[in-house]
Design a protein around this ligand. Sequence first.
Ligand SMILES: Cc1cc2nc3c(=O)[nH]c(=O)nc-3n(C[C@H](O)[C@H](O)[C@H](O)COP(=O)(O)OP(=O)(O)OC[C@H]3O[C@@H](n4cnc5c(N)ncnc54)[C@H](O)[C@@H]3O)c2cc1C
Length: 462
Amino acid sequence: MTKHSDFTKARKSPFWSETVPPKIDCQQLSADLSCDLAIIGGGFTGLWSALKARERFPDASIVILEAGNIGNAASGRNGGFCAPSISHGVSNALARWPAEADTLIKLGRRNLDELEEDLACYGIDGEFEREGKLNVAATPWQIEGLKSTKASYARCGIQADYLEGDALKMRLNSPKYSAGLFEPDYAQLNPAKVVDGLASAALKRGVEIYQYSTVTGLAPAKNHVVLATASAVVNAKQVIMATNAATPLLRRLRSRIIPIFDYTLVTEPLTDAQLSAIGWQGRHGIADSGNQFHYSRKTADNRILWGGYDAIYHFGNKRDEALQNRPESYRRLEENFRETFPALPDVGFSHAWGGIIDTSARLTFFVGMAMQGRLAYALGFTGQGVSATRFAALAMLDMLQNVKTERTELRMIRSHPVPFPPEPLRTLAVKWAQNDLAHEDKTGRRSLMLKTLDRLGIGFGS
Ligand SMILES: Cc1cc2nc3c(=O)[nH]c(=O)nc-3n(C[C@H](O)[C@H](O)[C@H](O)COP(=O)(O)OP(=O)(O)OC[C@H]3O[C@@H](n4cnc5c(N)ncnc54)[C@H](O)[C@@H]3O)c2cc1C
């Protein structure tokens, strides 16, 4: 049995926030104003929207209204895995949009290329590393899963190397895993550095940012939208809603996402000898193949970030800040960490935190319009928004400009996920799906209920 660490000593805030200089210094909105574009939410989606809008409209007045401080939510709390995908992976694209999967795959890879170029062009040191990702398997059915993923990747022209034995041990030496699939084209970044860099680039280009300025209501007016905050009003010709897992300001979107809490630990820095003991020599990220999966990666100073597994939903869509700290999940994370890395029995954890994921029933974001084409929104990124938010920002701007592009014509973009049922059915459905997913992880058998949901294109995950 694992002897647990004393998590009261771990800092309960994202490790990333300590790697950037003091937070962006922007005040609360204190006087009414008018602008061409108001963006609600200062995470990746809002920041990319602001920068891409500036590129398209050099003279437009652009304002970001952020409820807390820039990057306080998912964008400053995530694992920093930056996928070459806009569709929550290749398998999700093939399962839900087989006819346009090739296009989704192509656009996802192009988005990652362009994201890398944008970071360089804005001069952002986001610790961007395109060092690949290793997916590992612990059971015979997971090994079969990796082999079939390799086959479908090959059909789509994506390189992935199946590894066993010494070839696997050179990337990860853990008694828990007997096979791996290495995807060379996968990136990681430091989310807080990227948030900070995007916000600084936006400010430098004349975007106004107001922090601690929660938008409490939206109302259509003759030629604009009125955004209410506690201290002042904004009259905006157009609006982008980039509020992710928060309760959507548009009532009709409330059943399309559910808030799922995800938790992360970060270790103390590891020595070269410790890294060599676990065979983790490169800078690639690692994820396991379970439905309840862990993601792990190295930080710049060689700590291990170890997150995932638990995906916690609270009755009635509770989003209380206090729920971002969950000792029970930290203990489970530690147990699984020790099992994966028995060669690191004494490594301590310096940080532990949680965050909220906006889960949609198809696992990808969706985009839409409201208020007679004056407002665009993008929500539902589930656990893969670090790269997809950039693409979603471009799609929203296309829609606000009323132009047809390869993005706006995608079925993925033109459709919405099915709604989650109301409570108490919602909690029951989530619990049922989670039980069946955990059972599949133990036995390799997918339940009838999950197979039925697969056929209907409905999923649950993080
Ligand atoms: C623990 C965790 C790990 C993750 N790991 C990964 C990963 O490794 N890779 C990956 O691709 N994705 C990951 N994700 C998901 C990814 O972080 C998100 O998809 C992405 O950051 C979403 O960006 P966003 O800007 O849409 O949302 P957010 O960053 O949540 O920003 C939304 C902002 O809107 C603000 N807001 C909300 N309501 C209002 C309002 N009414 N008025 C004003 N402001 C408002 C909020 O304060 C918030 O700052 C993870 C998420 C979590 C929580």
